[in-house]
Design a protein around this ligand. Structure first.
Ligand code: ADP
Ligand code: ASP
Ligand code: MG
Length: 454
């Protein structure tokens, strides 16, 4: 069995879905489990719907729902015209839309949007796309079984950033998938991004979570490969939307890919690699718009060469400086500081400490007020906004001494608030002003990947 995950752009419209169907057809001998995202931009629209409902903007919420209804119905017309299955697909879509509308109405009446209800709203994108694509696959001659991912992607009850319960997923998934194939289906389709708690409540794995779903399913069925089909030629030397002349990377290790994703590269959900590593399943990142391209193969650490592979960035981070003379010669101070972060569920990325200072970066600035209030009881706290983090990633990059000296020299016109290279041998990170990010990114990329290859 293989898992094939198709992101939003690979299923954006009828043309993209037809292309996707042909890619799946080329893999039928491998028993494909197809994991789909919502149609491009649909999840964004669902977030907007839930926010509109929360703020009582009923007209806005209903308007967006109507647009989504029309978009899905048009797609059904284009893909399923002349098929008896069309009515069945429309009926299934209507059930989802009617429920969506009821949820929105309930939020408006109550004036409250709980994470549990929000998860149900934003999970609709994948439920809708899998209905349309599942029917389109069957109509194209590929008998396809549609499975509800909530039957086997079991998670904890952090509804919007749910963590999978691996043992449960491993125990439920194989039987569900096998019985679908045994019933005569040539392909199985299921939803990315969504799961359910043990109590059966819908949850989601966080933005971009369909990659993670694919990898969890691959792990559970011991797939021979996990293919992540997207809209670029595999993993690249930097985000092609922000940096000119990026190149595709043909091979990268699980560790490097995880580091890239964790440090900001949007191409893969940061947790995608973990389940694949557990079963040593190769992951391929491929371009559904350019099937001929061999994309990127993600393999074991020992099978890749040393050297810089990519530059990642996080555009909007917060830098926090914590000063306390109590740090000097007193044990346990760091523990108190991190206990405050843990209690407030704020995760820290980079840390550096000196005698009386701790500097650290935080990706998600959501609930910093509570953290600052508690920290202020034991230290002086300064929060610096408008900072970006840029990371050079590659196996053993920290051993390349010339690299760090070049980087520091080239940053002579840029304020550097933190340099971190100790945490992993595969990553050197710099914290700089956000307004310098684009220029520094391009300069680093030119030096690391262009001038060097001349
Ligand atoms: P999908 O909908 O297929 O999951 P995403 O938008 O989540 O697609 O991820 C693919 C996008 O990630 C690409 O279009 C690209 O702009 C962006 N991206 C960011 N960093 C990288 C990188 N290092 N290599 C490739 N793509 C990257
Ligand atoms: N549709 C979800 C999102 O946009 C999940 C995904 O596409 O991976 O975040
Ligand atoms: Mg994605």
């Amino acid at each position: 069995m293989i898992v094939m995950k198709f992101g939003g752009t690979s299923v954006a419209n009828a043309e993209a879905i037809k292309r996707t169907i042909e890619i799946i057809r080329s893999r039928l001998d491998k028993k494909p489990i197809v994991v789909v995202s919502a149609l491009s931009k649909v999840t964004d629209a669902l977030y907007k719907i839930s926010d509109s409902a929360k703020y009582g903007e009923q007209t806005m919420a209903i308007e967006i729902i109507d647009k989504l209804r029309v978009r899905h119905a048009e797609l059904v017309d284009e893909l399923l015209g002349g098929c008896a299955c069309k009515d069945e697909a429309l009926k299934a879509l209507n059930i989802e839309f009617d429920e969506l509308q009821k949820l929105v109405e309930a939020v408006i009446v109550l004036g409250e949007l709980t994470p549990r209800i929000k998860a149900r709203i934003i999970s609709k994108g994948e439920l809708l796309s899998s209905i349309v694509i599942g029917h389109a696959l069957t109509k194209s001659g590929i008998a396809t079984c549609r499975l509800d991912a909530r039957r086997f992607i079991v998670t904890n009850d952090e509804y919007l950033q749910a963590r999978p319960i691996i043992a449960e997923i491993e125990s439920h998934t194989p039987a569900e998938i096998e019985s679908a194939f045994n019933s005569g289906c040539k392909a199985v389709i299921t939803q990315g991004f969504i799961g359910a708690t043990s109590a059966g409540e819908t949850s989601v794995l966080g933005r971009g979570g369909s990659d993670y779903s694919a990898s969890l399913i691959g792990m559970a069925v011991s797939a021979s490969a996990i293919e992540i089909w997207t809209d670029v030629d595999g993993v690249k030397t930097a985000d092609p939307r922000r940096v000119a002349n990026t190149q595709s990377i043909s091979r990268i290790s699980f560790e490097e890919a995880a580091e890239m994703a964790h440090f900001g590269a949007k191409v893969l959900h940061p947790l995608t690699i973990e389940p694949a590593v557990m079963k040593n399943i190769p992951v391929y990142v491929l371009n559904s718009l350019n099937q001929e391209n061999s994309g990127t193969e993600i393999v074991n650490y020992d099978d890749v060469e040393d050297g810089v592979k990519s530059i990642s960035f996080k555009e909007e981070i917060v830098l926090m400086n914590i000063f306390s003379p109590h740090m000097i010669n007193i044990s346990g101070f760091l523990m108190k500081v991190f206990d405050i972060f843990a209690k407030n569920k704020v995760s820290v990325d980079l840390i550096s400490t000196s005698e009386a200072n701790i500097s650290l970066t935080i990706d998600n600035a959501g609930s910093l007020d509570a953290v600052c209030a508690s920290l202020s009881e034991i230290a002086e706290v300064r929060v610096l906004n408008d900072k970006s983090q840029l990371s050079i990633i590659g196996k053993n990059v920290v051993k390349q001494r010339s690299l760090i000296s070049w980087a520091v020299t080239s940053l002579k016109n840029t304020n550097v608030y933190m340099i971190s290279q100790a945490a992993s041998s595969d990553n050197i990170s710099f914290v700089i002003d956000r307004n310098r990010l684009d220029e520094v990114l391009q300069e680093f990329h030119n030096y690391l990947f262009e001038y060097k290859s001349l």
